[in-house]
Write a protein that binds this ligand. Structure first.
Ligand code: HXC
Length: 506
């Protein structure tokens, strides 16, 4: 007879081995197993599994004959770059990774541990959704997961990785987390699948076109990152975590840099003198941050604004920047959603916000007005004002009208505001202004006032005279000025009036 230890070793081996045929099927579908994914995501050998012997409690529809140790989720904790993280991975080889009540209990257990210990949690999704045989028990499990997602929001970073199907209400757990990763052509998210869509709306569309990674990282803005392969995607998760603190009381990890204090004077010629000429804001950012490395977030969605992380003198910063190379960097509904959520993430997690501003205004037109640019645009103001982390702004060229105010101006609470000598800060551009104020005068007269307007407003000096700009700096001074400003604001103490919570326009 086997000893207790031998029996345990055998059971352990069986639990970890899973079902060979189903694993083979998973591989044939071009997907890794839950265990392989966790192995790749975490530092080698650091995974500690919890609830390995949990089994489901359902006997409906013959499920009593289909029990597997661990059920359809593998959960536990481990390390990424030596830092504690919690992880759970739906195991598609067990009843399609469907969510049983016991799977939900396993997930909620690690969610609670992550919150209690103040460490990030990563969900690896690959699931057929609610376990149909369990009915409302399964639905209650989702409810408990959503509850925990919401309670943990702003306390610990929560990351979702979609590596297969994620349908129906199951989408709302990832949607409640901070960042969603998807894999090209292998992951899908939709509230209702193609068949239901066809029945209800008569639209014919496949699952990739309806909710594939390309759709969610460019059109819907649901997902933040797209990876070429599962491996590529999981490595990106590791990269993101390097920029994040473990919780809202912690600072993001600092990395030493050997970069020079100042930038080359070549940067002074980078921005075109002609204000209508585009340039790539990414290049400007890369030329001032440590190692020239800008980790962009939501790169494919609303590209007229850039969001992402970088380091200055080793310290993590969140960057929000208008992108003149795309639609002149105009603000619209999607840019508002993208930037406001990012600003709020940085504020939750003590990450200073650096804003690079070159903005002609808000995008005019019926699509924007009827789509609610007023309530969406208000999110940017709200997010900047509410943010108590250090806020530093650099006006690189245009800052017109409401967009000037909105983009982290002194008036909406920025701590330090810089402008380059070629900055233009005014209610609107010279042509628009002259056409409104002098619409009935001769062309010659118009040209005269246009020049006058240019002299008066197409520079940063008026704003500097009023103290709205703290310093006018050369582009080549950007890095050193950011280092000084981040250093000076490091001890910033500010809190908003006590309240249950504000009422951000949604
Ligand atoms: C129980 C399920 C299941 C589910 C899949 N399986 N989904 N078992 N409950 N929800 C089982 C299958 O029966 C099958 O078992 C195995 O998992 C693999 O599934 P396949 O269909 O063979 O795989 P594939 O062809 O890759 O298709 C995957 C799939 C499909 C697209 C996910 O299985 C599917 O459409 N499933 C149902 C999806 C769904 O409607 N879920 C409910 C959504 S509503 P065997 O033993 O035959 O291999 C929802 C509400 C949440 O989730 C609400 C939250 C508030």
């Amino acid at each position: 007879m086997k000893s207790a230890n031998e029996k345990f070793i055998e059971l352990n081996r069986l639990a970890e081995a899973g079902n060979a045929a189903r694993i083979e099927k998973q591989h044939q579908a071009g997907k890794m197993t839950a265990r392989e994914r966790i192995e790749l995501l975490l530092d080698k050998g650091t995974f500690v599994e919890i609830d390995k012997f949990v089994i489901h409690q359902c006997s409906n529809f013959g499920l009593d004959k289909s029990k597997q140790a661990g059920d359809g989720v593998i959960s536990g904790y481990g390390k990424i770059d030596g830092r504690l993280v919690y992880v759970y991975a739906y195991d598609f080889t067990v009843l399609g990774g469907s969510l049983s009540r016991t799977n939900a209990n396993k997930i909620v257990k690690v969610q609670k541990l992550a919150l209690k210990m103040g460490a990030p949690i990563i969900a690896l999704n690959d699931s057929g959704g609610a376990r149909i045989q369990e009915g409302v028990s399964s639905l209650s499990g989702y409810g408990d997961i959503f509850y925990q997602n919401t309670i943990s929001s702003g306390v610990i970073p929560q990351i979702s990785v979609i590596l297969g199907p994620c349908a129906g209400g199951a989408c709302y757990s990832p949607a409640l987390t901070d960042f969603i990763f998807m894999v090209k052509e292998h992951s899908h998210m939709f509230v209702t699948g193609p068949d239901v869509v066809k029945t209800v709306t008569h639209e014919e569309i496949d699952k990739e076109g309806l909710g594939g990674a390309a759709v969610h990282t460019t059109k819907s803005g649901v997902a933040h990152f797209i990876g070429e392969t599962e491996e590529d995607t999981l490595l990106m998760v590791r990269e993101l975590l390097a920029f994040l603190p473990s919780n809202n009381m912690d600072d993001a990890p600092k990395l030493p840099t050997t970069d020079a204090y100042s930038s080359s004077s070549d940067l002074d010629n980078f921005i075109p003198a002609d204000p209508s000429k585009p340039y790539d804001m990414v290049e400007l950012i890369e030329s001032v941050v440590d190692g020239g490395y800008f980790f962009e977030i939501m790169e494919g969605f609303a590209p007229n604004i850039l969001t992402g992380f970088a380091r200055i003198d080793g310290k993590v910063i969140g960057i929000v920047a208008n992108q003149p190379a795309y639609q002149a960097g105009v603000l619209d509904i999607d840019t508002a959603d993208k930037s406001a959520r990012f600003i709020r993430f940085c504020d939750c997690f003590n990450i200073p916000i650096v804003s690079f501003v070159d903005v002609p205004g808000f995008l005019p037109g019926c699509t924007q007005e009827h789509g609610g640019i007023i309530r969406h645009g208000a999110k940017i103001v709200y997010a900047y004002v509410e943010a108590t982390v250090p806020k530093i702004t650099i006006i690189t060229r245009k800052a017109y009208g409401g967009a000037y105010i909105v983009m982290s101006s002194k008036h909406t609470g920025a701590d330090i505001n810089f402008a380059y000598p070629n900055a233009e800060i005014a209610v609107m551009g010279q042509d628009g202004a002259v056409n409104i104020l002098y619409k009935n005068v001769s062309d010659e007269e118009k040209e005269k006032v246009r020049k006058e307007y240019e002299e008066e407003f197409s520079n940063p000096y008026r704003a500097a005279e009023l103290g709205y700009i703290d310093e006018i700096i050369l582009p080549s001074q950007t890095r050193e000025k950011l280092i000084q400003a981040l250093d000076m604001t490091h001890t910033k103490i500010r809190s908003n009036p006590a309240k249950k919570h504000g009422n951000i326009p949604l």
